[in-house]
Ligand binder design. Structure first.
Ligand code: FE2
Length: 129
């Protein structure tokens, strides 16, 4: 059986422009937030045209020792140069970067996925300690 996991690609984000880059700041605890910045194309810029662009990123958190992930949020990037004059004519392009905040008292793993409209699904993860 073909599974969802077979669709997700991963690689080093410094060499592959589709991989979501996860940057964490802040700390775990009752009274603090962990800030999760996710971007695509930090090292090698991904094209951003009407025909070829990053559509969305999603972020999940899996606390250590748990089975089910928590969806933290999702950002959609919905302007890619289109206008009434045609493709790549508006000069307005959503940039594939989003910041989400999470409060947790448990360490765990942040997972992110991204979707390129022609190169599919990509993933990466980073530990929160
Ligand atoms: Fe792509």
């Amino acid at each position: 059986m073909f599974e969802f996991k077979d669709l997700y690609q991963s690689a080093d984000w410094k060499k592959e422009k589709h991989v979501p880059v996860i940057e964490l700041s802040g700390k775990i605890g009752k009274d603090s937030n962990v800030s999760i910045k996710v971007s695509v194309g930090k090292e090698i810029q991904h094209p951003n045209t009407t025909a070829h662009h990053i559509r969305w990123v999603e972020v999940y958190f899996l606390p250590d020792g748990e089975k089910f992930p928590y969806e933290i949020g999702r950002a959609e990037f919905t302007s890619h140069g289109e206008s009434a004059q045609g493709t790549d004519t508006s000069a307005v392009y959503s940039h594939p970067e989003a910041v989400l905040n999470l409060k947790t008292e448990k360490p765990g793993v942040v997972l992110s996925s991204s979707y390129c409209n022609i190169h599919g699904l990509w993933q990466s993860s980073k530990e929160i300690k």
